[in-house]
Design a protein around this ligand. Sequence first.
Ligand code: SAM
Length: 372
Amino acid sequence: MVSITDDYRCAMTRVPPVTVVRAATAVRTALQSLTRRMVPPEVGLLELASGFMATHVVYAAAKLGIADVLADGSLSADEIAAEVGSDPDATHRLLRAGAMFGIFTERSDGHYGLSALGRRLRSGTPGSMLPVVLMLGDPQYQGPWGRLTHSIETGRPAVEVAPGKQLWDYLDEFPAFAATFNDAMTCLTDLDWPAVAAAYDFTPYSTIADIGGGHGQLLALMLGAAPKSKGVLQERESLVGAAEAHLREAAILDRCRIDSGSFFETAPSDADLYVMRRVIHDYDDDQAIAILSNVRRHMPRGSTLLLLDSVVPPGSAPHFAKAIDLDMLIFVGGRERTERQFGSLLDRAGFRLTRVVATVSTISLIEAVPGR
Ligand SMILES: C[S@@+](CC[C@H](N)C(=O)[O-])C[C@H]1O[C@@H](n2cnc3c(N)ncnc32)[C@H](O)[C@@H]1O
């Protein structure tokens, strides 16, 4: 296993400046817009509305483990079907569509191989996006998205959870999907870690608390970047076992403590950095203020709060946060926020926003200190 310190060093060498990435993104957006304008609008709309087909082609390839079968080179559809135990004709049709969407390459002899995108569907390899694809295409993820209209009409989530319960209680009833979800969170943490590591220095802090830290991947990475720091992971009771196993595998458990408990009610009182990644966007303003106020009550004097969340840019600038915002509405009744909205939220919870650090990823670092 690559050590987290190696991961950190690697992360520091890969990240281009934010301005360069923004310029490249602007060019890419312009090219996408041009591509759309190169066909009649009715065709452009048809392509847009059938985007779900790509989701399901990629998901089926991921679920069947086709990328692992192709790891050593190209194979025919029949050979692939025999390996994964699927219908040969249907597999050929999936591979042909997958090649059109860019995850497979198709040779003149009819053999299929992996494109650069397809290689990211392999399991257990650096940069694998398999856990995220398995979450996005899962029927339990796709079902609620199919009820987006209901959420827009009512302003309510599309996932029905019993009164007084949260999505997280509901997840506990579906352990297989909960595992898929938590693996995807770990994978997405890895994806934006190089951007976070390039933007923020974790070494000044002696104890870093990750509140709602999932399986602890971000805590492991932060402690890799700050080898003298200790860590505290706060999570719901049902995740403690998996988090302990994950931190042990990352060889970081001896520098960590795991506190089980709800962030509405308790928080560690011995840290000097309190991190929350993709937590505040899960909640409406009242709930977010309740969590932040509770954490603030437990924070010692001189400590710092660091939220890792997307920040919606002003105006019409493209940003993935504008799509994830609907994901939050559908699943948990949460929302993505602008910088001004974060400032107001933090102020109402007794914090003072000190700075917002943009990164080359879709995530920003929102830093605050207890204000009164
Ligand atoms: C969207 S996930 C983010 C996980 C992790 N921070 C990350 O970025 O990968 C939200 C996390 O908050 C945890 N959580 C939800 N409600 C909680 C509560 N009341 N107390 C503590 N943790 C909670 C969930 O178990 C989940 O791991």
